[in-house]
Design a protein around this ligand. Structure first.
Ligand code: MN
Length: 247
């Protein structure tokens, strides 16, 4: 069986003017049987387009706040730092790779916010100042410890995957989905109503979570999540392989 090659969006360090990576994103893919490939941080379509063709799926990592212009809002003072290059690059990757070519995509933290913004939803630019909540969504380290519970919504792909009604998840975000994009379906929510996992039912695999499975790779739900993603990427790789052979 061919291992799928999965593009991982790099993180950007403003201070060091350098790309970087959290090892857990790569380990999660590798342990699930995929080959992680860290992408260049670029908005050049002539670079991204061949990569999109070559890769079998995409992992949209955490990081900067999504620019409010993506969901048609002015940037509030409480909004965190944004990264215009990532916004442009990831919008292109998501539309060309996931939507147009049907390749699997997994979004984590910023990833769920990005998918929702591109697909027509909006975000809270800062949870503590823009909505009431009894929960702390921005926990202190260690990040492999659960911070709050989420209810896994009944009869959703996530409920079939984890086979549980609740999950204890970590939480390291100050933004969240405000209005859900029409093409997304909620799969999990926190006690304060925050949408913490979504999927796109009309797509083979566009999933995103607000928590950080890359920090809790020993947890069953994290392993299952990476495995489900990589399995879909494997299927995609095999379909491409059989097409090549047939030609
Ligand atoms: Mn949370």
């Amino acid at each position: 069986m061919q291992k799928p090659m999965i593009g991982v969006v790099p993180l950007w360090d403003d201070e060091k003017q350098s790309i970087w990576m959290v090892p857990g994103y790569l380990e999660g893919i590798e342990h699930a049987g995929g080959i992680p490939v860290i992408l260049p941080l670029t908005t050049c379509e002539q670079v991204l387009s061949p990569l999109i063709e070559m890769l079998d799926g995409f992992l949209f990592t955490g990081g900067h706040d999504v620019s409010p212009s993506l969901y048609g809002e002015e940037m509030a003072a409480v909004c965190g730092a944004t990264c215009a290059e990532r916004d442009t690059m990831e919008t292109y990757l998501f539309i060309e790779g996931a939507l147009r070519r049907g390749k699997p995509a997994l979004g984590i933290c910023r990833g769920i916010q990005l998918f929702n913004s591109i697909l027509g939803g909006t975000l809270y630019q800062d949870i503590p100042s823009q909505r009431e909540s009894m929960l702390t969504h921005k926990q202190l380290p260690p990040y492999d410890m659960p911070a709050h519970m989420v209810e896994v919504l009944h009869e959703t792909p996530l409920s079939w995957l984890v086979g549980r009604k609740t999950l204890a998840v970590n939480s390291y975000h100050h933004q969240a989905i405000k209005t859900l994009a029409p093409s997304l379906m909620p799969m999990a929510q926190a006690e304060d109503g925050t949408i913490e996992a979504v999927c796109m039912p009309e797509h083979r695999f566009v999933w995103a979570v607000q928590w950080h499975p890359e920090f809790s790779l020993e947890q069953d739900a994290s392993i299952r999540l990476f495995s489900a993603f990589v399995a879909q990427c494997t299927k995609h790789a095999e379909i491409c392989q059989s097409r090549t052979v047939a030609v």
